[in-house]
Design a protein around this ligand. Structure first.
Ligand code: HMG
Ligand code: MG
Length: 308
């Protein structure tokens, strides 16, 4: 049991409420070799929504040859049924958009890379080619009345290329917002970012007149910096943070991407700061533990502390 912790101590100058955008069923599962059944995925997504998470990214309509774990994307959406607006799905190209549309998706996420090397590794194209594809998918999706989120990967550093200039990332975000995306999620795909870097990246966006309300942070915890980086993001005014229940996940094409920031760890920090999320921490801990136990992965730090 967590009560009476964390003791609430609000800090001045932080947002009163934030959105926690759950990516466990997509980013969490995509690299897992052991196939998870469609019904277990649906149960996981349903439990996370019932815990109060406002957005639960459900799956990807990418090539099943590239990501076999998510080959059942259409079946997952069919199993969820009803209004799918709270369940964005990843779409890499027009083929993916057709598949997502047929399956009933109404919110999608396009994804590009801040670097040439990762565009090749992840999407088999150039950086400009990936941005062009995302712009085209966004335009077609908007014509169909869909909402489109965007990810930029390798914003804080790249496995092959090394450092990534913040101004280049901001320029790509500008292009994606101009194309009609409602939000850009800045990915620390390999978890190398630090708190000052978060600040510099947000400031680079502000120099291009991108309001911080249009930005989210998507942090992997590879080097243990994710929560410090969330705090830097909060201080800079960011109000949407991606996280993965159980801390599972990573991109299979990123070289060294390990676990995402665990949703439970994020919720603990936010509860301590008295920042509203509308999410039930205990329910997320239970849902995350069911999945990590099934995968044979270690529980998140918060789940381990609360459940043993
Ligand atoms: P390609 O091999 O160059 O594809 O891959 P292609 O266009 O040459 O087509 C090859 C075959 O794939 C064709 O079939 C196409 O029809 C089919 P064939 O004629 O050989 O039978 N195909 C598809 N099938 C189903 N759905 C589709 C699709 N597209 C083509 N959408 C491609 C190019 C983009 C398809 C591939 O590179 C791909 O799927 N990449 C996705 C990789 C991925 O999912 N990575 C993980 C997600 S990104 C991430 O994790 C980062 C993030 O979390 C943020 C962060 O952490 O930074 C978002
Ligand atoms: Mg990711």
């Amino acid at each position: 049991m967590s009560a009476p912790f964390p003791v609430p101590y609000p800090a001045a100058g932080l947002p009163e409420a934030v959105t926690v955008y759950e990516v466990g069923p997509r980013d969490g599962l995509q690299a897992e070799k052991q196939l998870v059944s469609t019904s277990a995925k649906i149960d996981f997504i349903t439990a996370l929504r019932q815990a109060g998470l406002p957005m639960v990214e459900a799956t990807s309509f990418v090539s099943p040859r590239w990501v076999p774990q998510l080959a059942d994307a259409a079946d997952v959406l069919a199993g969820l049924g009803g209004d799918l607006s709270a369940h964005p799905v990843l779409v890499p190209n027009l083929t993916g958009l057709e598949r997502a549309s047929e399956a009933g998706a109404s919110t999608i996420a396009v994804f590009v890379s801040a670097t040439e090397s990762f565009a090749q590794q992840n999407l088999n194209t150039t950086r400009a080619g990936a941005i062009g594809a995302a712009q085209e998918v966004t335009a077609r999706a908007r014509e169909r009345g869909m909402r489109v989120r965007a990810y930029v990967s390798m914003c804080f550093g790249d496995t092959w290329q090394g450092q990534v200039p913040v101004a280049e990332v901001a320029h790509i975000s500008r292009e994606l917002l101009d194309a009609g995306c409602y939000e850009v999620s800045l990915g620390d795909t390999i978890g190398v970012g630090t708190a000052g870097h978060v600040d510099a990246l947000i400031q680079a966006h502000q120099r291009l007149d991108i309001a911080v309300e249009r930005l989210a942070l998507h942090l992997h915890d590879t080097y243990g910096q994710a929560l410090a980086n969330v705090y830097a993001g909060l201080r800079a005014g960011v109000r949407c943070f991606d996280a993965s229940a159980g801390g599972i996940g990573g991109c299979p094409f990123a070289g060294s991407a390990t676990g995402n920031l665990a949703t439970e760890d994020l919720l603990w920090l936010l509860a301590g700061l008295q920042i509203r999320t509308g999410v039930d921490l205990d329910a997320v801990v239970r849902a995350g533990a069911v999945m990590t136990d099934a995968l044979g992965r270690p529980r998140s730090r918060i789940a381990a502390a609360m459940l043993g």
